[in-house]
Design a protein around this ligand. Structure first.
Ligand code: PEP
Ligand code: MN
Length: 361
């Protein structure tokens, strides 16, 4: 159900939280009316009913009282509904009230006990389920949660990428670490993948950029928080947008195809890829050469009883790397990641020769 039809992204939109019956109905009506106003069809209406908040005392959701509001919103607008569930009882309540799709939140995906409880409650009920990534950047935990839900007999499972907690400050509320969903795609190519640009960004300004990036990585859909009066929202006010701004955002997205049968395009791309493969081989040869030199250094240090790590030297490598990288259009964050990996591997090679084991595996 979540796969794109005609290259069109699957759209999930609605408020962070259900707040009042009026707010839920207004949000659903406004989103539904975008079809006539802007030719934009929302596929699923979202609203949080039980809200996992970081600190106690914040608005923790209306609870089961809001479920009939969602049922009414669906009856009136025809929009199918989705909410977050975090335990067996919430699954039971959601299904009792005719919620069409369930999602598992980031704070539940981290906990196999919670996921298993949800999976057990779903046994025998084949309702579609979306599994958000865990808060921590751990792909296996994400995959494990997906497997638990599938093992319960749920046939329509999808993943939502909502970004990861990071200690380092950045412009994002939750760091996207695109490499993790990309690897998920490689390991589970048929799994529908949806980008929650709202929780990645934590602001309104970057929503379009992140959504476009997701589409360019061939995601199947988007989940975005849309509220009739975002500034007055009871949760996540900073990242929510009005239905009008939402329609502008979706309309400015460029939907590109994954591939084509245009021969000229295919040949040109093949040539360019061939060049990339050659450069990759060169890089591997250079890296192997660098490791051999590191081993020579290791032997030499060992004979002279000198330790492996000299902090000043590593700092020098990094600083020079930044300068030379910038001159070549390579950003500091990439240079740091790249040189750290290379440096760590060099240390492993030096350690191996020092401890007499020759090269590191
Ligand atoms: C949400 O979608 O409202 C939510 C709480 O998301 P997450 O689990 O990604 O924090
Ligand atoms: Mn939210």
């Amino acid at each position: 159900m979540f796969h794109k039809k005609d290259s069109r992204p699957f759209l999930i939109a609605g408020p962070c939280s259900a707040e009042t019956e009026e707010q839920v109905l207004t949000a659903a009506r406004d989103l539904q009316s975008l079809q006539d106003l802007a030719g934009l069809k929302v596929d699923l209406f979202r609203a949080g009913v039980w809200k996992p908040r970081t600190r106690p005392g914040a608005f923790e959701g209306i609870g089961a009282t809001a479920l009939p509001w969602l049922r009414r919103a669906k009856q009136e607008t025809g929009l199918r509904t989705t909410i977050e569930v975090a335990n067996g009882n919430q699954v039971y309540e959601a299904l009792k009230h005719g919620i069409d799709v369930l999602w598992i939140g980031a704070r539940s995906t981290v906990n196999p006990f919670s996921v298993q409880e949800i999976a057990d409650a779903l046994r025998g009920v084949d309702v579609p389920v979306l599994v958000k990534n865990p808060v921590n950047p751990d792909l296996d935990l994400w995959i494990g949660a997906i497997e638990r839900i599938r093992n319960a007999g749920v046939t329509q499972v999808g993943a939502i990428h909502r970004g990861f907690s990071a200690y380092a400050k950045s412009k994002f509320r939750n760091a996207p670490y695109w490499e993790i969903p990309i690897e998920l795609r490689r390991r589970m190519p048929d799994l529908p993948l949806i980008c929650d640009n709202s929780h990645i960004c934590g602001n309104r300004e970057d929503l379009l950029e992140v959504a476009q990036q997701a589409l360019d990585l061939n995601y199947d859909g988007l989940m975005t928080e849309v509220h009739p009066t975002p500034d007055a929202a009871w949760s996540d006010a900073k990242q929510q947008i009005t239905p009008f701004i939402y329609s502008e955002l979706v309309r400015s997205l460029v939907v590109r195809r994954e591939t084509t049968d245009n021969q000229e395009f295919l040949e040109n791309i093949e040539n360019l890829r061939h060049k990339i493969d050659e450069v990759d081989l060169e890089l591997l040869n250079l890296l192997a050469r660098r490791m051999r030199i590191a081993e020579d250094i290791g032997r030499y240090k060992s004979r002279n009883n000198i330790s492996i790590l000299q902090a000043v030297r590593w700092n020098e490598i990094l600083e020079r790397g930044f300068t030379q990288g910038r001159q070549r259009g390579l950003n500091d964050a990439f240079i740091e990641k790249f040189l750290s990996a290379v440096h760590q591997e060099s240390i492993a090679h030096q350690q191996a020769v020092m401890s007499g084991g020759e090269t590191a595996a």
